[in-house]
Unconditional design. Structure first.
Length: 133
């Protein structure tokens, strides 16, 4: 069963990486899912992900502090709408343009309703506790 968690976690991680470039594919949910799957599949991979200099901060913010930093929300919104805006300008199908706008609104709403963490995280290494295990 652990190998299935590792395989699914790796697929989720790859989708999250693709989501950095493709505006309609969300990065954060896939990285959080990866953390959950690696937690149940491989302690070594879970440790690697949660201590990663980029992804580890988002994971600890979400699981230990219950939200996302304001700076991360702003970055997500900027990249989302730049990517969607370019996509909308480059396609000629009105229905697809409308669909991208609707997806952008839905993703924006989701980002905005997640708790905003005030201030910066103190300098400490993310804790490697067992999340809901």
């Amino acid at each position: 069963m652990k190998i299935i968690f590792v395989i699914l976690g790796t697929i989720s991680f790859v989708l999250g990486l693709i989501g950095i470039i493709v505006p309609i594919l969300p990065t954060t949910p896939f990285i959080l899912l990866t953390a959950f799957l690696y937690l149940h599949g491989s302690e070594r991979l879970h440790q690697w992900l949660t201590s990663h200099p980029i992804f580890g901060v988002y994971i600890s913010d979400y699981f230990q502090r219950g939200g996302i930093r304001k700076s991360a929300k702003i970055s997500a919104m900027i990249f989302l709408w730049i990517g969607l805006g370019l996509s909308i300008l480059l396609i000629d199908y009105r229905w697809l343009q409308i669909g991208l706008v609707l997806i952008g609104v839905a993703v924006s709403w989701h980002i905005l309703v997640i708790k905003t963490i005030q201030g910066e995280v103190p300098d400490e290494t993310p804790k490697h506790n067992k999340i809901n295990k």
